[in-house]
Ligand binder design. Structure first.
Ligand code: 1HE
Length: 267
């Protein structure tokens, strides 16, 4: 396993909690957690290391009232980047977000306030999104003379469909509240703190065997990119490995001897 040196991060606060749950907190609240190039590098570093660091689940949180204001527009303005420079920057965003989505460690985003532009791209790379009553989603790129570069065309379109995605970009439409959950932008909405709820979900996921979580948090995404025929083949191979893991035997024995909890409906 890899050691993660938590002192290496400046724009992220990285904390290890009990049960292998780690909390990664976007930590530029004065800038509404806008993603400058340095923050993207820190996300690449953390999420590249996470799968080999024994981390069981990750909560992606934010300091301040807003989850993330997207691309650092001031840095972008001042850097006056060339097309090639911005393309390479986008490749780093993809590196970070692909590591999140395909890394095999559950990532649960605790959302609040603005989840906009690149902030929504970041959130949509998480496996679970929890929103609170202050959370709102938008893609203001169109109004800023920009286009999405951090994967929204893929992930946000996956979540809400092509026509809603295009509407958000063309008109700056904002989604919030239960409607955002109904559309698929988040899976949970809470009256209280999204961080608390995300922590609960992370602790629950962390109780699964790591190899099961690895499959859930990598195979499903990979299989979406395959033909149905290839995905079925890959599923069989993954299940061959996961469903025969020695660590699962105790759980199967507990079901067989009736000591394991049964699946029941919510009350
Ligand atoms: C920023 C950024 C930013 C705030 N880059 N500095 N994203 C957007 O178009 C969203 C832009 N931001 C906003 O609409 C608002 O700032 C918020 C709704 C997020 C928050 O509003 P508010 O009233 O709390 O804050 P504010 O007064 O607007 O900003 C506070 C500070 O944060 C201020 O800095 P200061 O030094 O003057 O105090 C702002 O400049 C700074 N700030 N947002 C840089 N985004 C890979 S392509 C992805 C393409 C995109 O993501 S485009 C969408 C960009």
């Amino acid at each position: 396993t890899l050691e993660i040196d938590r002192t290496r991060f400046a724009n992220l606060a990285v904390d290890a909690h009990e049960d292998g749950v780690w909390v990664v907190t976007l930590n530029r609240p004065a800038k509404r957690n806008a993603l400058d190039s340095h923050t993207i590098e820190e996300l690449v570093e953390f999420f590249s290391a996470a799968p080999r660091a024994g981390i069981r689940a990750i909560v992606l949180a934010a300091n301040g009232d807003h989850f993330c204001a997207g691309l650092d527009l001031v840095e972008h303005h001042q850097a006056d980047r060339s097309p090639a420079e911005f393309m390479h920057l986008c490749m780093r965003w993809h590196e970070a977000f692909n590591k999140m989505e395909y890394g095999g460690v559950p990532v649960i985003a605790a959302l609040k306030g603005a989840v906009v532009g690149g902030g929504l791209e970041l959130a949509s790379a998480a496996h679970i999104r929890v929103m609170d009553q202050t959370t709102y989603f938008a893609l203001p790129e169109g109004q800023r003379g920009l286009f999405t570069g951090g994967g929204a065309t893929i992930r946000v379109t996956d979540l809400i469909g092509k026509s809603r995605m295009i509407d958000m970009m063309l008109t700056g439409r904002v989604y919030q509240g239960q409607e955002a959950v109904d559309l698929g932008l988040a899976q949970y909405i809470t009256e209280g703190s999204s961080l608390e709820r995300a922590m609960e979900l992370a602790r629950k996921a962390a109780q699964n065997l790591p190899l099961s979580n690895f499959a859930i948090c990598s195979a499903v995404s990979h299989m979406q990119n395959m033909s149905a025929l290839d995905a079925a083949y890959a599923e069989a191979v993954v299940a061959g490995v996961v469903n025969t893991q020695p660590d699962a035997r105790a759980r199967l024995a507990a079901f067989a001897d009736k000591s394991a909890a049964r699946v029941r409906p919510n009350n």
